[in-house]
Design a binder for this molecule. Structure first.
Ligand SMILES: [Zn+2]
Ligand SMILES: [Zn+2]
Length: 426
């Protein structure tokens, strides 16, 4: 029996790995320019961490987490997201007291047992950032600015940042009630999911994609129109700061995010080329999260991008494999040791070198060398061994320089000699 990968889990091939690395490197660079430091967090956490933060009524905790009972009886979960873990780590390190203002980012795989869909996997990767200890609107504005700059650096085409406010404990409860009442009055038009969300999480009614639900929620009250004075002022200032600093955002009063911990500012990035599920990332403010983990009342704002979705949205500029610089071709089994030594020295000097196999004919070796795109081949046969010098074949100008390269020369000397010969042949 052939063993297949687990459903929803996949292998990532070399070309995509390079594309992912390019997106990650571009993102990390921007994050570090903004003063964020990377933390590495565990993949396994206690299930309570997500129950208390992401929320018992969220889709994630209700039906998407991978959990299991450990041998000591505790229930563990493969992390479905990063914010809760990061705040836990921040509290565990005592930073709430020693340096409450912190900027951190993380990256790596997350796990959610979602319904299988095209382009959606149960193991996916995120890169996320959190700004802790800041409750002022400038932090929200900076987070949104950072999000836009990451999109630019990664080369997302036609992206847009949508902004909303989800209110806080002072104004959201009344709004939830009003929204639930609105839904209750139209319950016959709601899908199964929305009916079950009606009392527990009515905000989710706003972003249901089912057509009859969308129609039923047309004209429903919006959170942005029901904000208390403090939330109103905060939201207004965030918008003002973004306008003044030249960051374009679109107001989306229906955007609610799937997680319970958000308050006030919420944002989402959508990009072209992703179909109906067009979000590449999102985030928002989560002032109550640290306290819900038993820590002090530390404010926070952050976001996460889905790496797979970023790679898709940035497609068209996929990097190829790094080019081969030099091919070394041993024409005799006897030449192999010398050739491996030479290749090693060149690699240590930073060159990408491919070593051919003496079991292949010269013709086959040259054909492969040609395909590799290398500018030159160092040939070592009987005569070259005798002379202690490799023949250099200039692949660009199709010219041979017989016994030119010292087989035991140091890398710098060899590289210089190749450079002169290949240039001189032109
Ligand atoms: Zn619905
Ligand atoms: Zn409020």
């Amino acid at each position: 029996m052939k063993l297949a990968a687990v459903k929803g889990f996949r292998d990532i091939q070399a070309g995509e790995v390079l594309a992912r690395r390019a997106v990650l490197e571009a993102s990390c660079k921007v994050l570090e320019n903004y003063g964020f430091e990377e933390l590495e967090l565990p993949l396994l956490e206690r299930v309570e961490l997500f129950q208390r933060t992401v929320g018992d009524t969220s889709d994630i905790v209700e039906k998407e987490m991978y959990t299991f009972e450990d041998r000591d009886g505790s229930t563990l979960a493969l992390r479905p997201e990063g914010t809760a873990s990061l705040v836990r780590a921040y509290l565990a390190a005592g930073m709430a007291r020693s340096q409450p203002e912190g900027r951190f980012y993380y990256r790596g795989p997350m796990f959610r047992r979602e319904r299988p869909q095209k382009g959606r996997f149960r193991q996916f990767s995120q890169i996320g950032a959190e700004m802790l200890g800041r409750s002022d609107p400038a932090a929200d504005a900076e987070a949104v600015t950072l999000v836009a700059d990451i999109c630019e650096a990664v080369g997302l085409r036609e992206y847009s940042v949508e902004l909303n406010s989800l209110g806080d404990d002072a104004c959201r409860p009344a709004y939830r009630k009003a929204l639930a009442a609105w839904g209750e009055a139209r319950i016959d038009s709601l899908c199964e999911d929305c009916r079950s969300r009606l009392q527990r999480n009515p905000l989710r009614l706003l972003d249901c994609k089912v057509e009859s639900c969308r129609e039923a929620m047309q004209g429903a009250p919006m959170m942005v129109d029901s904000l208390c004075d403090d939330c109103e002022r905060h939201h207004g200032r965030v918008k003002e700061l973004l306008t003044e600093s030249g960051v374009e955002v679109t107001a989306n009063p229906r955007m609610v995010r799937g997680l319970d911990y958000y308050c006030r500012t919420a944002f989402e990035v959508t990009a072209a080329g992703l179909g109906s599920q067009d979000a590449v990332g999102g985030g928002g403010r989560y002032d109550g999260l640290a306290a819900s983990l038993g820590g002090p009342d530390i404010a926070g704002v952050g976001f996460a991008f889905g790496l797979e979705r970023m790679v898709l949205a940035a497609a068209g500029q996929e990097p190829g494999a790094p080019p081969v610089d030099i091919v070394v071709a041993p024409l005799e089994e006897r030449a192999l040791g010398v050739v491996l030594g030479l290749a090693r020295r060149l690699r240590r000097a930073g060159k990408r070198v491919e070593v051919e196999s003496p079991s292949r004919s010269l013709k086959a070796q040259m054909k492969r060398a040609d395909r590799s795109g290398a500018a030159c081949v160092l040939l070592v046969g009987e005569a070259e061994l005798e002379a202690g010098k490799a023949t250099l074949r200039d692949m660009v100008n199709k010219a041979d320089h017989a016994q030119l390269i010292e087989l035991d020369g140091d890398a710098e000397q060899v590289i210089k000699c190749i450079g002169e010969a290949v240039k001189g042949g032109a």
